[in-house]
Design a protein around this ligand. Sequence first.
Ligand SMILES: N[C@@H](CCC(=O)N[C@@H](CS)C(=O)NCC(=O)O)C(=O)O
Length: 206
Amino acid sequence: MKLYYTPGVCSQAVHIALRELGADYTLEKVDLATKKTESGNDFTRVNPLGYVPALELDNGEVLLEAPAILQYLADLKPESMLAPAAGTLERVRLQQQLNFTASELHKSFGPFFAAVKPEGEALEQAMTKLRRRFDALDALLSDGRSYAMGENFTVADTYMFVVASWSKIIGLDLSSWPHVQKFVARVAARPRVQEVLRREGLLDAA
Ligand SMILES: N[C@@H](CCC(=O)N[C@@H](CS)C(=O)NCC(=O)O)C(=O)O
């Protein structure tokens, strides 16, 4: 398998899942501004919409959309417990969390990463929306669970971790959400996650 990725963005969730699974994979970095891959290819031939992650399977098929890719990977190795079994209520809970991360949390960061940043009332509205989603995440984790689904680390956590970590980039202090803050630290401390961060050039080599 080949993962098309860009350091620090949502493709990192898939990178973490691959690493946690011990899967056999290669990486190809994508420049999101030029849509060129590091080997000089046109990334829009892989994903016409030009966004990562894209996972190229060994038969040449390409999978898109982080929640779908993450579940595909988890199902390759059910014993990894990276997702509850398909068809169970627990699996639907995982899908609920993946969808929340994608369409609520991830997209609420959009205005802060836009070329033209919101100002004044628009900025306030965008921040209120984002803060409310962090409130919901903190409430989910407030019963003392270690991860989104309980004590098992799952693919829902890989995506939640990456998106919650963007708070640092926009200067949003996570101390307002202590359970989320602890969750981010817990996931960051996982040895495979450290390997991914290092491989993406987001940690010192030492
Ligand atoms: N719906 C997509 C969204 C992926 C996405 O937003 N990727 C961002 C990075 S986090 C990206 O590549 N943006 C560049 C662009 O849209 O041109 C998914 O779930 O995989």
